[in-house]
Design a protein around this ligand. Structure first.
Ligand SMILES: Nc1ncnc2c1ncn2[C@@H]1O[C@H](COP(=O)(O)OP(=O)(O)OP(=O)(O)O)[C@@H](O)[C@H]1O
Length: 240
């Protein structure tokens, strides 16, 4: 089996902004000094290899760097140090509403989002009815998505993403905004992708779900990868 995701020595830093008073800003301007900026390291020298067909659960407490790592793998963020290689078609469900234009209708956004994820217009048209049926928002498909609830966004985004036939599927916590029946439907679809041998990386705080669904658990703490192994062991460490 070959590696489909290779993360080598990846670090990501963010600069933290501070609000300053007008007096401070004026004084700095007179002294021709720029405001000091703190940098924060969200990911620190992370190495991770994911093999074709693995279902990896990315775990960690709030702020440990899970979403940042997923965004780096999907290409939404660029690492400051290190390199990332991904083989095959990648579909990511990372932020609700990302890749959607608020002023366009659901229908138009299916085409926009499908194109962003690499589908041709003909393929989107062929899959359109199935995409809408899976999302169960037929009634609102010609409504501008700025009027959608976060659950409706998720429904359409998940549906488009799974219909792109991805080799690598990245899913962040966003499933949490779906109602229970839709979450179950998404999980069934995720299991189907897994049984087809697709590679999955899932970020979730639902530890029981991760322990059941994933073949491997990876734990981040303060931007460091601190454990990589059996998901049940990683979950046990988080709970200890
Ligand atoms: N654009 C940004 N600018 C500044 N700091 C950021 C930015 N994006 C993320 N961070 C910081 O990086 C750290 C890691 O964030 P990240 O979203 O990756 O954590 P997470 O493990 O996914 O957390 P959660 O479980 O709460 O979703 C956090 O402290 C966050 O505030």
């Amino acid at each position: 089996m070959q590696d489909v995701i290779a993360v080598d020595g990846v670090s990501k830093h963010f600069s933290l902004k501070h609000v300053h008073s007008l007096k401070e800003m004026a004084s700095r301007a007179v002294r021709r000094k720029t405001a000091p900026r703190d940098t924060f390291t969200a990911l620190s020298d992370v190495d991770l290899r994911v093999t074709e067909g693995e279902t990896v659960g990315l775990l960690g407490f709030n702020g440990s760097g899970k979403s940042t790592l997923l965004k780096c793998i999907s290409g939404v963020l660029t690492p400051d140090e290190g390199v990332i290689g991904v083989r095959g078609r990648v579909a990511g469900l990372i932020e609700v509403g990302a890749g959607f234009h608020p002023d366009l209708t659901g229908r138009e956004n299916v085409y926009l989002n499908g194109a962003i994820l690499g589908m041709s217009e003909a393929r989107i048209s062929a899959a359109f009815d199935e995409i809408v049926a899976f999302s169960e928002i037929e009634q609102f498909i010609d409504t501008e998505v700025k009027f959608y609830s976060s659950g409706m966004f998720l429904r359409l985004a998940f549906s488009v993403a799974v219909h792109t036939d991805p080799d690598v599927f990245l899913v962040d916590e966003i499933l949490a905004v779906g109602d229970e029946p839709f979450q179950k439907k998404c999980l069934t679809r995720i299991k189907q992708l897994r049984s087809e041998g697709r590679t999955l990386v899932i970020v979730s705080h639902d530890l029981d779900m991760v322990a059941k669904l994933c073949t491997r658990g990876v734990l981040l703490e303060g931007g460091h990868l601190v454990m990589d192994g059996d998901p049940a062991d990683v979950v046990a460490r988080m709970r200890s």
